[in-house]
Design a protein. Sequence first.
Length: 195
Amino acid sequence: MRLPRFGLRAIFIAVTVGAVIFWGYWIGWPGWKLYLQESRFVAQVNSVKAGTTVRELRNSLDSLAQILELPVFTSEFLFDVNPRRAANVRTFAFGDRLYCVVIVIDGEQHTGNLGNDKLTRIELIDLSLPPADYNDTWMPGSRPVRIDEQQGSVGTAALDQLYISYLSKFARFIYEDRTNNPGFKYKLIYSDQAQ
C-alpha cells in the first residue's frame, strides 16, 4: 500500500487555511457577534424619543435584553424637589462595556404611576468597566444609589458587589451636575430632550 505524499507547499496551505478557520470561528466570530448585539441595542435606544412613556421604554429594552441575554441593572428613582423631576439609570452589561440608559421625567407632570409618565430626557452613555484601582471609597459623602439586578435578566458572576457599587456611584454622578468626575470614563452616545 502506497501512502499519499504531500509537498511542503500543500502542508503550508493546509495549515494556513486551518489557522484562518480557527481564528474566524473562535476569535473573530464572537467579537463580530458582540458588535452586532451592541449595534442593535444602540439603534433601539436611539429610536426612543422624549415623550415616550417609561413603560414603553422598559418593555422595548427589556425584551431586547432578554433576546440578547444581557444582565440588566437598574437604579432606584432619584427625586428632586426644585425642579420637580425623577431620574433612573438602567445599565445593560455587554462583555467589554456597560451601556447606561438615563431616563428623566418631569415631576410636575407626574401621573401617579411612573410607568405612565412621559420621558422629558433620555440619554445613552457608554461606560467603561471599573478600573483596576476602583474601590468603595471613590465618592465619599454621597448617599449611595440602590442598584438591583433586574428580575428576569440573565445574571453573571462577573458583575459582583464591586460592579454594583461602581454603578451606584456612577448613577449619583450622572444625576448630579457631572462636574466633579472621580475618574469615570464615559461617552454620551445619544440624547433627546423635550422642548
